[in-house]
Design a protein around this ligand. Structure first.
Ligand code: HEC
Ligand code: HEC
Ligand code: HEC
Ligand code: HEC
Length: 210
């Protein structure tokens, strides 16, 4: 008899305790753990190693459309295109070339097409040193006026070099000027900076200014 009372007392006590605990959990008395902050993934565009432009040489390599470079599908070999200017001596581009925006230099000093293209053979460049350069040799054209930058480029200081440190294992590749600069409007467009590393452990307190 005594044992029976003890059991029901213990059972009753347990039932009360568990009900109280259930109420406490349902009512979220201890509070739930704060979910960790969602770390946003870095935009995949930041991982791209592509250059901002595709040069003629790259178009040839990847067998892309070269029709922009086939000048003589529209022009005649014995008729150099005549440059047209408005009343302010500003070059006027025909509709056929509306994708070209001329803005080479801040003072319009290098907007004459024939500073670079050869009027009597549109498939060549004519740097002022008299060489005949093909479309794929445009870096030499740029270097004919931007000599210090070409020197920097050749030594790997300006531009981008990829390939092998150890040249006995394989070659290096230097991206052409026109992979980064539009020859007609060469100012580099700039690109947004990638976000810094994420602080998984939250911010450490800023040290007090001294
Ligand atoms: C889709 C046709 C087409 C192609 C391809 C083309 N052109 Fe033209 N281009 C024209 C037309 C149309 C004009 C305006 C009429 C004219 O001057 O013959 C023109 C005008 C020009 C002019 C004079 C610009 C001015 O200010 O008046 C130059 C320079 C020129 N083209 C160079 C080139 C070169 C270099 C190439 C090849 C890399 C080329 N074009 C390819 C159609 C074309
Ligand atoms: C005929 C000479 C000549 C050639 C060829 C030439 N440039 Fe320039 N470049 C200039 C001049 C002049 C300026 C303007 C300098 C200034 O305004 O102080 C300039 C300015 C620039 C600038 C500075 C941005 C700007 O617009 O002011 C860049 C970048 C540039 N050139 C890249 C190139 C590239 C790439 C090539 C080859 C596709 C090239 N240049 C070919 C003469 C040339
Ligand atoms: C500073 C030198 C320079 C000047 C000035 C210049 N070009 Fe070019 N142009 C180039 C180079 C370099 C390329 C080839 C770029 C490449 O490999 O992507 C080119 C490519 C082109 C092309 C074929 C690709 C395209 O963008 O359509 C045409 C057409 C052309 N130029 C027309 C002109 C005309 C018209 C003018 C004058 C309004 C002019 N260019 C002035 C250097 C120049
Ligand atoms: C990998 C990309 C890349 C290549 C390849 C490259 N450049 Fe640049 N260039 C840049 C960037 C980025 C800047 C800086 C733009 C800025 O400061 O706003 C620049 C700046 C310049 C300037 C302006 C310098 C100044 O002092 O204002 C000139 C001129 C220039 N480049 C010419 C060239 C020539 C010529 C070549 C080829 C021999 C070349 N670049 C190759 C990316 C490149």
């Amino acid at each position: 008899m005594q044992n029976g009372r003890k059991t029901s007392l213990v059972l009753g006590g347990l039932a009360v305790t568990f009900t109280a605990l259930a109420a406490a959990f349902l009512g979220d008395l201890p509070g739930r753990p704060v979910p960790p902050p969602v770390v946003p993934l870095v935009d995949r565009a930041f991982l791209s190693t592509a250059t901002v432009r595709i040069s003629y040489a790259d178009l040839v390599k990847t067998k892309e459309d070269l029709s922009d470079f086939e000048c003589y599908t529209c022009h005649q070999k014995d008729k150099p295109p005549v440059l047209k200017y408005d009343e302010n001596q500003k070059l006027v581009l025909p509709k056929a070339h509306r994708d070209i925006v001329m803005g080479h230099g801040t003072h319009g000093r290098n907007n004459n097409c024939y500073n670079c293209h050869n009027e009597s053979n549109l498939l060549l460049f004519q740097p002022h040193d008299g060489r005949d350069l093909k479309f794929a040799d445009s870096t030499q054209l740029c270097g004919s006026c931007h000599t210090p930058i070409l020197r920097d480029w050749e030594s790997g200081v300006h531009g981008r070099t990829s390939g092998f440190w150890n040249r006995t294992l394989g070659p290096i590749e230097r991206k052409d000027c026109v992979n980064c600069h539009d020859p007609h409007s060469p100012k580099f467009p700039g690109r947004p900076p990638a976000p810094g590393p994420h602080q998984l452990h939250g911010q450490s307190p800023t040290p007090a200014a001294t």
